[in-house]
Design a binder for this molecule. Structure first.
Ligand SMILES: [Zn+2]
Length: 188
C-alpha cells in the first residue's frame, strides 16, 4: 500500500512537471494532481525558475467566442475529440496530447500562439459543463466552438465570415492566419 502511494506520487510529479513545462497555472496543477500546494509551488519554481502568477483565472466562455481565440480553440477541440473518440484517451491525457499537436501547428508556422495549456484545459471544462458545444459551419462544414444550446441551423464560422478587423493588427500582418490550412485542420 505504501509502495502504491509512492508510485502515485511519482506519477503526479511527472504530470505536474510536464504541465508546468507546457505553461500550466497553479489552479490547473491543483485540480489535476493530488500533490500538496507546497509541493506544486516547489515544482513550479524548479521548472520555471520563478514563482507562479497569483490570482484567479480570468477566463469566461466569451473569450473563446472572439475571432482569433475561436479559430484556435476549434482547432484544439478537433484534436481533443479525435483522441477521445479514436484512442480512448480522456481528460488530462487527451488534453496534453492535443496541446502538443496544437503546438506542432504553431511551430510549423501555420498560426501564432493564442491558446495556453490552462486555456485549453478551461475550454474542455466548459465543454464538460455543457456551456460550449461544437457547431458545424453551414458554409465550409468545419466544426467550431460555439455557445451550447444556441440555434445553429444557420451557423457560419469565423473563417467563412471573417470580421473586417481580423488580420489588421501588427501581429496578424507579420503572420496572417493561413485560412485554407486552418480550414483543412478543423474539417478532418
Ligand atoms: Zn466555415
Amino acid at each position: 500500500m505504501k509502495n502504491k502511494r509512492i508510485i502515485d506520487e511519482a506519477e503526479d510529479i511527472h504530470r505536474a512537471v510536464e504541465m508546468v513545462q507546457l505553461g500550466a497555472r497553479m489552479q490547473m496543477l491543483e485540480a489535476e494532481t493530488r500533490l500538496s500546494r507546497e509541493k506544486l509551488l516547489k515544482i513550479y519554481k524548479e521548472v520555471r525558475g520563478v514563482s507562479p502568477p497569483k490570482g484567479m483565472l480570468p477566463f469566461s466562455t466569451d473569450w473563446f467566442m472572439t475571432w482569433q481565440p475561436n479559430v484556435h480553440s476549434s482547432l484544439f477541440m478537433s484534436y481533443y475529440r479525435f483522441f477521445e473518440q479514436c484512442t480512448g484517451l480522456v481528460g488530462l491525457d487527451a488534453i496534453i496530447k492535443s496541446f502538443h499537436l496544437y503546438l506542432d501547428q504553431i511551430e510549423s508556422g501555420v498560426l501564432e500562439p493564442v491558446l495556453s495549456l490552462t486555456r485549453a484545459w478551461t475550454l474542455v471544462r466548459f465543454f464538460d459543463a455543457d456551456l460550449l458545444q461544437l457547431s458545424t459551419c453551414t458554409s465550409c462544414g468545419g466544426q467550431f466552438v460555439a455557445h451550447a444550446y444556441e440555434p445553429n441551423a444557420h451557423f457560419v464560422c469565423g473563417l467563412c465570415n471573417m470580421p473586417s478587423r481580423a488580420g489588421k493588427s501588427v501581429k496578424a500582418k507579420q503572420a496572417p492566419v493561413k485560412k485554407t490550412r486552418v480550414r483543412e485542420l478543423v474539417t478532418v
